[in-house]
Design a protein around this ligand. Structure first.
Ligand code: MN3
Length: 202
């Protein structure tokens, strides 16, 4: 059973003005579709075929560049679409809000830490909020399409929030202004979805 490009639960223009429709369309229908088909090509006929993406990434041989890049790309974008939505943003509630306050002292301090991790990731990559067993949360960043599920990546835990800081995620609307894109991202975070991921993985 090959991996399939997941459809979005909202329209390409649903995140405007924060993330423009053209960026969303290219990002989903070209970039994510590309990672998905290349992942399928990379695992076809190997013992990875038929495994879940989580099993593939947690057991990854980092020297397997095709699966590392495209399996990461498949998983990362699926999470990214899932943690955004229209009529979203604001501040979290529920268990993840408590975990954020415990780890960072306040939502504003967490937001500063998350934006800083994303803004200072050199070149392409992602910033994450991860949950560790027991419920503690932590912000980190990874390069390229790496993610915290991969072994020895220096991040750890299970991602419950992620932001794509590849230029293809923001260049049409924000050009080189990554910090402006990150501020806008906070207006489209679906905290109910983040909290559901937290509850499922804490
Ligand atoms: Mn991307």
């Amino acid at each position: 059973m090959a991996f399939e490009l997941p459809s979005l639960s909202y329209a390409y223009d649903a995140l405007e003005p924060h993330i423009d429709a053209r960026t969303m369309e290219i990002h989903h229908s070209k970039h994510h579709a590309g990672y998905t088909s290349k992942l399928n090509g990379a695992i076809e006929g190997t013992d990875l075929a038929g495994k879940s993406i989580e099993d593939i990434l947690t057991g990854l041989d980092l020297n397997n560049k095709a699966v590392r890049n495209n399996g990461g790309g498949f998983y990362n974008h699926r999470l990214f679409w899932n943690v955004m939505g229209p009529n979203a943003g604001g501040t979290p509630s529920g268990a993840v809000a408590n975990a954020i306050n415990e780890a960072y002292g306040s939502f504003d301090a967490f937001k500063t830490a998350f934006k800083n991790a994303a803004a200072t990731q050199f070149g392409s990559g992602w910033a994450w909020l991860c949950v560790h067993k027991g419920g503690k949360v932590e912000v980190c960043a990874t390069a390229n399409q790496d993610n915290p599920l991969m072994p020895e990546i220096g991040c750890g835990g299970i991602p419950v929030l992620g932001v794509d800081v590849w230029e293809h995620a923001y260049y049409l609307n924000y050009q080189n202004r990554r910090p402006d894109y990150l501020e806008a991202f906070f207006s489209v975070i679906n905290w109910d979805a983040v909290n559901a991921l937290y509850e499922a993985n804490k």
